[in-house]
Design a protein around this ligand. Sequence first.
Ligand code: 1HE
Length: 250
Amino acid sequence: MLVEIRDTIAILSFNRPDKRNAINDALLEELRTFFAKPPKGVRAVVLQGLGGHFSAGLDLSEQSRREPEQVLYHSRSWHSVMEAMQFGGLPIVSVLTGAVMGGGLEIAAATHVRVSEPSAMFQLPEGKRGIFVGGGATVRVGRIIGPDRMTEMMLTGRRYDAQDGLRLGLSHYLVEPGEGLARALELAAEIASNATLVNYLIIQAISRIDDMSRADGLFAESLSAALSQSGADALEGLNAFLEKRKPRFG
Ligand code: 1HE
């Protein structure tokens, strides 16, 4: 995986184009290492796949016959990386091109803002490979498109195109061919200019509140508001608005 730091943005690029950026264990570990300790000063991440495909999912060539226990650990190791991505505190903008399949879609679903190009194809082909999903799709993809649609998607192995992906929320933006990275960088810069604590709360609180009862969720929202509205950044945001200028957060 290539890592390039541009100012406050880290650009991560899957770089196995001849394997359609299939995710082998080594690549998964590179993601884990990056998100376990992101370089200082990085405020947002852009994640893309080189060679026209985001990722064709799990590297099937590494999947020899496995015992249930090994599959359990393997799936849990995907889960821990996806959790680190979704809840690590760094906003991630993904650029979705070509195959966004299986584990590729699971990774995309752990990113916070998804920009697709017209080449994007969304699929969960696991059922066709004789396996179930194991990288978090039931929770993340299921929440985006709903469990009913995910059931149908897996049973039939259907492929959604970029327009469908946009309509269903698998991507948030659909841009012209070749413009995904530029749009993702613009969005990442916009996000990076927010207050760090507010980005952190957006990432942590909204998804967790979804797991809570209504009453607990409302209380968690108030606590998040209390945390965010008492510091220097809240004062700066207010002053900048009143002085008709762009805020400068610490
Ligand atoms: C791969 C993989 C892969 C391609 N693992 N090697 N994912 C899938 O079931 C998707 C499988 N891949 C495909 O359906 C197609 O490759 C694509 C639609 C993505 C691209 O098609 P195409 O015609 O551009 O390329 P290709 O000729 O099929 O593939 C080019 C090479 O990449 C070829 O290797 P080569 O050595 O013969 O050149 C392919 O074998 C290789 N390749 N995809 C390994 N996935 C946490 S659990 C998650 C579970 C899953 O993700 S299961 C779903 C896996």
